[in-house]
Design a protein around this ligand. Sequence first.
Ligand code: AP5
Length: 260
Amino acid sequence: MKTKHDHRTAWLKTGISRCMAPPGQTKQPYRLVLLGAPGVGKGTQAALFCEEFGACHLSTGDVFRAAGSLPEEERGPALNRALEYMRRGELVPDEIVLEVVSEQADCLRCPGGFLLDGFPRTIAQAKALDELLEQEHLSLTSVADYELSREKIIARLAGRRICPNCKATYHVTNHPPRVEGVCDNCGAKLQQREDDKPEAVRVRLQAYEKKTRPLIEYYKKRGLLIPINADGTPEQVYQRTIAALRQIQSCRAGDGVGRL
Ligand code: AP5
């Protein structure tokens, strides 16, 4: 989703692209991982957070979708393979994901901080992220884990519509556009994501349970996990996230341990 702080050129374009207008240096930038099942609302929360704090929204799904809009010959074999996995709802193999993320690792040093959305998704990816952060002498602020019932997740995915042009996200009932099927921002015709069709959703939820849910324990053991109830309106969930981050901030300050 695009926001007024959409400086993501370096992240979305593979190669050596640079952001035209990177965010300014923030005194204590947030460096967060957003965890949670597909459709729980991570992208929606990232957009609200970036709007307020200027952190960069680093979504691996968005990188693959951006590659998908390039002509096939410009993508390279690894990205073409990634798109095949994605269409079926399966996780893209770790080696491809890690190649893409390592290529864009400069974004971890974004002066406004970052929100990693959809990465890491496996224990191997989490360990690779630890290494990348260590190399950059950076650490995560927290890991926000969004939880919602399967029934509500499926309803969010089934009703999601996206703008292929400006990437805005809508929902047919929860967040409809002013004119049905048309983007409020740019007037483009809205689409359903290919992997939001029922068969792919089933595969994505299975992949989440098997490969991604173990990350909850991984980050809990490191004292980084903040569980967040993802039920309610996007604004309510956002306020819950901010309150939880502030609470951790004050606990850490009280302990004299770390800071946000
Ligand atoms: P990715 O793009 O990361 O998708 P995802 O994790 O499946 O998450 P979604 O984008 O579907 O959902 P979201 O949680 O962001 O929800 P949203 O805010 O849009 O990955 C896609 C694919 O790429 C993967 O399946 C895989 O193939 C591949 N991939 C990517 N990264 C990978 C990695 N690291 N390793 C391996 N493979 C990788 O909200 C959903 C809907 O709900 C919207 O319509 C929204 O309007 C609505 N909504 C949001 N919040 C609320 C609310 N509070 N109340 C009511 N409605 C709401």
